[in-house]
Design a binder for this molecule. Structure first.
Ligand code: PLP
Length: 394
């Protein structure tokens, strides 16, 4: 233990890992666990992207790439930002990394000094908190509830700001809640930030295309936010490319160059074949991936209909991503076979053991009242899983 750094020893073991370990254990005992815990599409990467990768191998793309990404890929990203987000970047503002996760890690390492505060509206994506801590920042959690669709209000933002606030990080559409901020709501948050020009915003838009109501808005579209916003995106979710590990940022030049510098020391850049494949993904019209979004939309309806009959599960209708995040606090205090369900983690464990369905506790996302169910699963699995949950809770 003392061979390890304080940095790693201080880091808590993630709640999702504990769940994954328990799932493995039960599977080894021969149980047929239905997995609604995963944050990845259950589709194959579309053929036109796979073909671009095969072509790249045959064309001998095998050398180190520029640290911040191939020029052609950066151009494809610039065109994508223009086409989908009305954002104008030049190549000095783009950095391609090994997944959006590395984009976030880079940004944290280059922007956060020890003790700097980073505002995280809850629920947040599980890694935000730990990435901020690794960079020796202090996460400042702003709780939201299902009653307000898990949206942080301008007043809450204002109240969370202190002289130490360095950044605000959020995802819209949100993992885990599926909430997305509309233009007015983002403008109202931006109005608060007007008074604090040094706060940098990280806008994680990786679920941009998985949006069931339309109208994705990037906060950087507002002129007064452009110079202080890092827009994070990637191909994992919309293009079913989680394992390819490509993410990218559009950012103020000094932040992008700093990310380039740190990445140059840590990884030398993202995988060359995956970068070539990403050019094909981003150059394709969005209509090429709409079949996946349509499928998610149908599954969303299915899971919401089924969950409406589960006692103790309070759901709202998520507008994007592929998760539902029911408030299950009504079930706290109930017990079964001598075990009391005190919180979301207990309930998630109970559902794993008794319903044989893997979910994720909301505590992993900074919300102890909810659990996350992913509907990136087949209709058959979703139907079976919710039936089993209902039976276990009855
Ligand atoms: N941001 C959010 C909100 C996510 O849900 C995820 C993946 O689950 C990521 C970033 C990381 O994506 P990537 O696979 O590009 O590292």
């Amino acid at each position: 233990q003392n061979q390890l750094s304080d940095r790693i020893n201080k880091l808590e073991t993630s709640a999702t890992l504990a769940m994954a370990a328990k799932t493995r254990e039960l599977k080894a005992e021969g149980k047929n666990i239905i997995g609604l815990s995963l944050g990845e599409p259950d589709f194959n990467t579309p053929d036109f992207i796979k073909e671009a990768a095969i072509q790249a191998i045959n064309d001998n793309y095998n050398s180190y790439t520029p640290v911040d990404g191939y020029d052609e890929l950066k151009q494809a990203i610039i065109n994508k930002f223009k086409r989908d987000n009305r954002l104008t970047y030049d190549k000095s503002q783009i950095v391609v990394s090994t997944g959006a996760k590395q984009c976030l890690a880079n940004v944290a390492m280059v922007c956060i000094n020890p003790g700097d505060e980073v505002i995280l509206p809850c629920p947040y994506w599980v890694s935000y908190n730990d990435i901020v801590k690794i960079a020796e920042g202090v996460p400042v959690e702003v709780p939201t509830t299902i009653e307000t669709d898990f949206k942080m209000t301008p007043d809450q933002l204002e109240a969370a700001i202190t002289p130490k606030t360095k950044m605000l990080w959020f995802s819209s559409p949100c993992n885990p809640s599926g909430m997305l901020y509309n233009k007015e709501e983002l403008r109202a948050l931006a109005d608060v930030l007007k008074k604090y020009p040094d706060i940098i915003v990280v806008s994680d838009e990786i679920y941009e295309h998985i949006n069931f109501v339309g109208g994705h808005v990037s906060i950087a579209e507002f002129e007064d936010m452009y110079d202080r916003t890092v827009t994070v995106n990637g191909v994992s979710k919309a293009f079913a490319m989680t394992g390819w590990r490509i993410g990218y940022i559009g950012a103020p030049t000094h932040i992008a160059r700093a990310c380039n510098k740190i990445q140059g020391q840590f990884t030398s850049g993202a995988n060359c074949i995956a970068q070539r494949a990403t050019i094909a993904a981003l150059e394709a019209p969005v209509s090429k991936i709409s079949f996946m979004i349509d499928t998610f939309k149908e599954r969303r309806k299915l899971i919401l209909d089924l969950l409406s009959e589960v006692p103790g599960f309070k759901c709202n209708a998520p507008q994007g991503a592929f998760y539902v995040f029911p408030d299950v606090s009504e079930l706290f205090g109930k017990s079964f076979r001598g075990k009391t369900i005190k919180n979301a983690t207990d309930l998630s464990m109970y559902l794993l053991e008794e319903a044989e369905v893997a979910t994720v506790t909301g505590e992993a996302f900074g919300d102890a009242n909810c659990i996350r169910l992913s509907y990136a699963a087949s209709e058959k699995e979703i139907t079976q899983a919710i039936q089993q949950i209902k039976a276990a809770l009855s």
